[in-house]
Design a protein around this ligand. Structure first.
Ligand SMILES: Cc1cc2nc3c(=O)[nH]c(=O)nc-3n(C[C@H](O)[C@H](O)[C@H](O)COP(=O)(O)OP(=O)(O)OC[C@H]3O[C@@H](n4cnc5c(N)ncnc54)[C@H](O)[C@@H]3O)c2cc1C
Length: 472
């Protein structure tokens, strides 16, 4: 094995949005990069996460709009219905195009892409060189980035090993849409699947242990989404826990302990969406002496572990478990390896839910801000009076700006409705620059757009929104 002394050798394990972005950044900065992937480039996000779920949600939204809205807005469509085979084909094509494009991207940047399972086999402390094996091949590295992601967390509940009990991976590749589906978990993944399957005509029951869905999201936003899904026919069993599953005559018999006693429901499928756990199985990370906490790799703000030269990024590290966080962490790790003093700042991390209405937020919720001792001022604006939202009929939502009463700086923004997941970038930028609601007001927003409601919410921090009727 020859040592290339001119270029730093960086080996990255895992080619999800964390790993492949780190690879490209390290290559841009002059490193000799090897990227190792055991399944498919793009990781969870491209193959069984962000992208395929949004393909499903897009068709679900369109179908739902055609069924419920088209006639009302003067568009007549005969018998709109789902073609599941065509949808699955479109999903596969979108994923494969993105996968091919990502592979081309890394290769065009001179990254060596290796398919196979990587195992860290050793560390030569004196030379500070790490070795990684992939089958018969061995790679030497001056720096390692662990980007091995996460896997679905399936609890040990009796019957969860039965056929018909599925994770999000299988939910994306069913032979046909199920006539009925129970979803265990009221987080983002659970809500997105509930929205999609309800639009496809399934009887959907969501079973959530906590008293409300979307516990980490602004409570008002969570209630708006829950009500919208209820209107679509989704049943919510909150404060409820699945105690066991058996096979019944018409699918699965699901036993549930609710706040008002035991209950049994029947569903063809049970989707377990109770969260994901970091994945570092069989990697040899423990032998390196890397610090772990509750299954996660522990890093500093440069994404470096306690072992100098070993970095970790993405779902195997942090609790955000978002593709854009993994990618930014990848850039930070690569830059730090290459001698830059880059650090991770999570303040501007947007959280998005691609349901209808869309939900997006950045910064602190009111509860979080108050618990951190901020005296807050909040401005809200409902989309029921926003022109663009009235045109599209997507007017159940609202915009909310949370500011610090003393410093006047924006602490958080919540958006429900419209293209919230795209519009949230404005709020993230505002947070990055330490902007005040006044800065948002002084930024002229186009009319008619949903983004005007953000500016109106900012004005309402001072009670001055021009389109809010005056209370007497
Ligand atoms: C249903 C679903 C929907 C989601 N939707 C969104 C969304 O809309 N927006 C968003 O931001 N996030 C979303 N996520 C989360 C997002 O997919 C993850 O946060 C993101 O993929 C994490 O990136 P990563 O690079 O850390 O890990 P991953 O994408 O999981 O990639 C890790 C890679 O490492 C590989 N690997 C593991 N061990 C080894 C080994 N020993 N050798 C070689 N390779 C190995 C794996 O095969 C995998 O490809 C969603 C997730 C799911 C499940």
């Amino acid at each position: 094995m020859e040592r290339n002394i001119d270029r730093k050798r960086v080996v990255i394990i895992g080619a999800g949005p964390g790993g492949y972005v780190a690879a490209v950044r390290a290559a841009h900065l002059g490193a000799a990069v090897t990227l190792i992937e055991k399944k498919a480039i793009g990781g969870t996000c491209l193959n069984v996460g962000c992208i395929p779920t949004k393909v499903l949600l897009h068709s679900a939204d369109l179908l739902s709009a055609l069924k419920t809205e088209a006639k009302r807005i003067g568009v007549l469509v005969d018998n709109p219905r789902l073609d599941w085979t065509a949808l699955m084909k479109r999903k596969a094509m979108t994923v494969s195009r993105l996968v091919a494009g990502t592979l081309e991207l890394v290769k065009s940047n001179g990254v060596e892409y290796v398919e196979g399972i990587a195992v860290i086999t050793g560390k030569d402390a004196s030379r500070r060189v790490f070795t990684v094996a992939v089958g018969e091949r061995t790679f030497e590295a001056d720096a390692l980035i662990i980007a091995t992601g996460s896997e679905p967390d399936v609890p040990d509940t009796p019957g969860f090993d039965l056929g018909g009990v599925i994770t999000s991976d299988e939910a994306l590749s069913l032979d046909a849409p199920p006539p009925s589906i129970a979803i265990s978990g009221g987080g983002v993944i659970g809500m997105e699947f509930a929205a999609a399957f309800a639009s496809f005509g399934a009887r959907v029951t969501v079973i959530v242990t906590s008293p409300e869905v979307l516990r980490s999201v602004d409570p008002e936003a969570a209630v708006i989404l829950r009500k919208t899904l209820e209107k679509k026919g989704v049943t919510f069993l909150t404060g409820s826990t699945i105690t066991g599953v058996t096979r019944g005559e018409n699918g699965l018999q699901i036993s549930i302990e609710t706040t008002s006693g035991s209950k049994q429901i029947e569903a063809e499928k049970l989707l377990v969406a109770k969260g994901r756990r970091p994945y570092t199985k069989g990697l040899g990370i423990e032998a390196l002496g890397v610090n772990m906490a509750r299954g996660r790799v522990v890093t500093d703000a440069h994404m470096e572990t306690n072992v100098p030269g070993v970095y970790a990024i993405g779902d195997c590290v942090n609790s955000y478990m978002l593709a854009h966080v993994a990618s930014r962490e990848g850039e930070v790790a690569a830059e730090h390896i290459m001698g830059h003093n880059s650090t991770m700042d999570y303040t501007t991390t947007p959280g998005c839910i691609y349901t209808s209405p869309e939900i997006a937020s950045v910064g602190m919720t009111e509860r979080e801000a108050e618990s951190k001792g901020h005296k807050i001022s909040v401005g809200k604006f409902p989309l029921s009076t926003n022109g663009k939202s009235m045109i599209t009929g997507d007017n159940a939502g609202m915009m909310k700006v949370i500011a610090d009463g003393d410093t006047k700086k924006i602490l958080g923004v919540v958006m429900v409705g419209g293209p919230a997941t795209d519009m949230i970038a404005e709020a993230a930028l505002a947070l990055h620059f330490g902007a005040t609601p006044e800065d948002l007001v002084q930024t002229i927003h186009a009319h008619p757009t949903v983004s005007e409601a953000v500016s109106e919410a900012a004005e309402n921090v001072f009670g001055l929104s021009p389109h809010t009727p005056k209370k007497n």
